[in-house]
Write a protein that binds this ligand. Structure first.
Ligand code: FES
Length: 164
């Protein structure tokens, strides 16, 4: 082997080494990127996706803000507040079928998702809803404000008596 051939072999070896080392580093880099992306997605997956939504206990103002016969729909809280004379009640607007928000009508409630119909008491008139709408406890705070507690489901027809 002459000197020129020896130099060409060295150059070819250097090129091979460079290519091999590039592929090696590229593979390590690609694996590191993949591991990083997988870790990121796992962390995103582990984070709870539950929306806290509206508070379960909240104030809705003084009784005198609700005229007798009024039906006030609170969309964010998913509740309808009804006042009959001196009585106030809170009825859930969450459909008992699959949880859509029902719309209040003159004769009760209608679910836009699958057509369930409830009467004014929240009882099912037409399915597929399996159960009546929930009624929530309504109380008075020491400052005289109405407070709805969505953690506390009461019997249908349970009203809070308020002063005229
Ligand atoms: S969610 Fe209301 S009828 Fe299906």
């Amino acid at each position: 082997m002459n000197r020129l051939e020896h130099l060409e072999d060295d150059r070819a070896g250097a090129v091979k080494k460079t290519r091999r080392s590039f592929i090696s580093w590229f593979s390590v880099g690609a694996l590191a990127v993949c591991a990083g992306v997988m870790t990121l997605f796992n962390l995103i997956f582990l984070k709870p996706r539950v929306s806290q939504g509206a508070a379960s206990k909240f104030r809705i103002g003084k009784p005198e803000n609700y005229a007798s016969g009024s039906v006030v729909e609170m969309k964010e809280a998913k509740v309808v507040v009804r006042r009959d004379g001196n009585r106030i009640a809170a009825i859930s607007t969450i459909c008992t079928h699959l949880g859509c928000t029902v719309n209040s009508t003159d004769v009760g409630f209608e679910c836009p998702c699958h057509g369930s119909i409830y009467d004014l008491q929240g009882d099912v008139v037409a399915g597929p809803a399996p159960e009546p709408l929930a009624w929530y406890r309504v109380g008075l705070t020491p400052s005289g404000e109405l407070e709805i507690d969505k953690q506390s489901v009461v019997d249908a027809g349970t009203y809070l008596e308020v002063e005229a």
